[in-house]
Design a protein around this ligand. Structure first.
Ligand SMILES: NC(=O)c1ccc[n+]([C@@H]2O[C@H](COP(=O)([O-])OP(=O)(O)OC[C@H]3O[C@@H](n4cnc5c(N)ncnc54)[C@H](OP(=O)(O)O)[C@@H]3O)[C@@H](O)[C@H]2O)c1
Length: 355
C-alpha cells in the first residue's frame, strides 16, 4: 500500500481556525494569528480508502501547518520554512513516503526545494497535475458556454508563477492569442519571448486591459486578497480560479451574472476515499495537488516530482497520464462552492447574450 501525507493550512485566514474551535471566535484576527505563530504542526486526519482502477491502494494523512496565507508571506521566510519542514518531518514520522505541499506551503521561498533537502522522504508541490486540471477545466467549462479554445482569446493572470507559466505554454499550443498578466514587466517579457506555439503572445501589468477582451481566463496568483477586477470581464467570459486563497471575490458572482467563474483544480478520487476532514469539497473530491501526491503513492514512485518554479510541459503530461491510469478525473464544475448545473450555465449564457 502506498503511503503519503499532505500539508494543509487555514486558507481563509484565522477564521478557519475559529470555525473549528468556536470558542476562539471572540478573538480578533490579529490575536488569533499571534496564537497560531506559536502552535506546532500536527496531524489533522487520516485519509483512507483510495483505490486505483489498477487495484493499487494508498492511505495518507493531512498534517496541519498552522499559519494564515498572510503570515506565510509576511513572516520571516526562515521562520515559515522551519514550520513547513517540521510539518514534513511529522509526515515522515507518521510513515508517509511522499509529502505534498498544499497552497501557500508550496509558494513560500523556492517552492519545495529547501523542504526536499531537509527531509528523507519525497516532496511534491502537486503543481504538475494542478496545471493539467486548470487548463482542461477551463477548456471544458468554456465549451459549455459555447466557446472553443481554438477560437478564443485567452488570458493567464499570475502568468509568471510556477503554475501560470506552464498553463501559458499549454494554451499557446491551442489558442490564437494568449495575454500574460503579471506584476513584473521584465519577467513577463522574458516569459513571452520563450513561448513556442501558434498563439500571438501579448503581456501587460494592467489586469483591466489584459482581461477586457479575454474569453477564457485562468487566474493563479499567490495574492492573499482577491485581484480579478469583476468589472473588467467580458460578457460570456469563463474564469477558472485556481488560486487558494481565491483570486476572484464572491461579489463577482452577484455583480456579473453574465460571467462563469469556476473553481480550478477539483478532482474525483478513485475508490471509497474518506478524508475524515471537511475542507469544503463534495465527498470523494480533492484538490489536484493532493491528487498528485496520492498518484505518486499509488505508483509507489517515491521521488520528488514537482519542485521549484520551472515545471515542464512533459512533466504535466506525464502526471495527467498517470492520473488517467489510476482513474482520477476532473470533478463536476463548482462556482463559489456550489455545483454548476446546466440550468446555471444557461442562465449565464442568456445574461451574456443580453449584453
Ligand atoms: N487549486 C489547486 O489545486 C491548487 C494547487 C496548487 C496551488 N494552488 C494555488 O495556486 C496559486 C499559485 O501557486 P504557484 O505555485 O504558481 O505560485 P508562484 O509560483 O509563487 O506564482 C504566483 C504568481 O502570482 C503573482 N502574484 C503574486 N501576488 C500578486 C498580486 N498581488 N497581484 C498579481 N499577481 C500576483 C506572482 O507574480 P510576481 O512574479 O509579480 O511575484 C507570480 O507570478 C496559489 O494561490 C496556490 O495556493 C492551487
Amino acid at each position: 500500500m502506498g503511503e503519503f501525507a499532505f500539508i494543509i493550512h487555514p486558507v481563509s485566514g484565522a477564521k478557519d481556525i475559529a470555525r473549528k474551535y468556536p470558542l476562539l471566535r471572540i478573538l480578533p484576527e490579529a490575536v488569533l494569528e499571534q496564537l497560531l505563530k506559536r502552535v506546532s504542526p500536527k496531524p489533522v486526519s487520516e485519509i483512507t480508502g483510495i483505490r486505483s482502477q489498477t487495484g493499487a491502494e494508498a492511505r495518507g494523512w493531512f498534517v496541519g501547518c498552522p499559519l494564515t496565507p498572510r503570515q506565510f508571506l509576511d513572516l520571516p521566510e526562515a521562520f515559515v520554512l522551519e514550520k513547513i519542514v517540521s510539518a514534513a518531518r511529522m509526515a515522515q514520522d507518521l510513515g508517509a513516503k511522499v509529502v505534498g505541499l498544499g497552497a501557500m506551503t508550496a509558494v513560500v521561498g523556492d517552492a519545495g526545494i529547501t523542504v526536499d533537502k531537509r527531509v528523507d522522504i519525497a516532496v511534491t508541490t502537486g503543481n504538475s497535475y494542478t496545471v493539467w486540471t486548470a487548463v482542461e477545466g477551463a477548456k471544458q467549462a468554456a465549451a459549455l458556454m459555447g466557446t472553443e479554445v481554438s477560437q478564443a482569446q485567452v488570458a493567464v493572470m499570475g502568468a509568471t508563477g510556477s503554475i501560470g507559466q506552464v498553463c501559458v505554454r499549454l494554451l499557446a499550443e491551442e489558442a490564437p492569442s494568449v495575454t500574460l498578466i503579471g506584476r513584473d514587466e521584465a519577467r513577463l517579457e522574458g516569459l513571452a519571448a520563450g513561448i513556442d506555439g501558434k498563439a500571438e503572445i501579448t503581456h501587460t501589468t494592467d489586469p483591466h486591459s489584459g482581461l477586457r477582451e479575454a474569453d477564457i481566463i485562468i487566474t493563479v496568483t499567490s495574492a492573499v486578497d482577491t485581484v480579478v477586477p469583476g468589472e473588467a470581464l467580458k460578457p460570456g467570459a469563463v474564469v477558472c480560479d485556481v488560486a487558494r486563497p481565491r483570486d476572484v471575490s464572491k461579489q463577482v458572482a452577484t455583480q456579473r451574472p453574465d460571467v462563469l467563474v469556476i473553481e480550478g483544480g477539483a478532482v474525483e478520487v478513485p475508490g471509497e476515499v474518506d478524508f475524515h476532514l471537511n475542507f469544503g469539497f463534495p465527498p470523494k473530491t480533492a484538490y489536484a495537488c493532493m491528487a498528485e501526491t496520492m498518484i505518486l503513492a499509488l505508483e509507489e514512485r517515491y521521488e520528488s516530482y514537482t519542485l521549484g518554479r520551472d515545471l515542464t510541459v512533459e512533466q504535466v503530461r506525464e502526471m495527467a497520464a498517470l492520473a488517467q491510469k489510476h482513474g482520477f478525473k476532473l470533478a463536476g464544475f463548482r462556482s463559489f462552492e456550489k455545483q454548476v448545473t446546466p440550468e446555471y450555465i444557461e442562465g449565464v449564457r442568456k445574461a451574456a447574450a443580453r449584453g
